[in-house]
Ligand binder design. Structure first.
Ligand code: ZN
Length: 129
């Protein structure tokens, strides 16, 4: 298979993956999105590294592509969140969140995030107090 034919396979799989994940995440529940989005992100990272190596016909390219892809996957896993009320996707760095309200439904996202992850010493304070 020539490099151009492999490139067509790469783009075909990439477009199919985009369509399937787009349909899945448009219709799925919040819990399903939260459960599957990290897995799809990691799978996409592995596919990208594998396809890039396959299309270019070089295993050594993995040494360059893998760390960059891992960085993007890590950032995506940390950044992408879903509104607990409507399931809309938004980007947030957690406690320093600059997105206050959901753009789709207006839900208070800071309140939702603070309910998700209480500080580690929160339980100890209530026991001691
Ligand atoms: Zn929302």
């Amino acid at each position: 298979m020539s490099e151009f034919e492999r490139l067509y396979v790469f783009f075909g799989v990439w477009v199919a993956l985009a369509i399937v994940s787009g349909i899945l995440f448009r219709r799925a529940s919040v819990e399903t999105k939260r459960r599957w989005a990290p897995r799809v992100t990691i799978l996409t990272g592995f596919l990208f590294v594998g396809f890039t190596s396959w299309v270019m016909g070089s295993v050594k390219i993995i040494y360059v592509i893998a760390p960059v892809t891992a960085l993007f996957v890590f950032i995506s896993l940390k950044l992408v969140k879903f509104c607990s009320k409507c399931g809309a996707q938004y980007q947030s760095w957690g406690r320093s969140n600059n997105v206050r309200y959901c753009a789709k439904c207006g839900h208070d996202l800071r309140e939702a995030e603070s309910n998700l992850a209480p500080p580690n010493n929160a339980l100890e304070q209530t026991r001691d107090g």
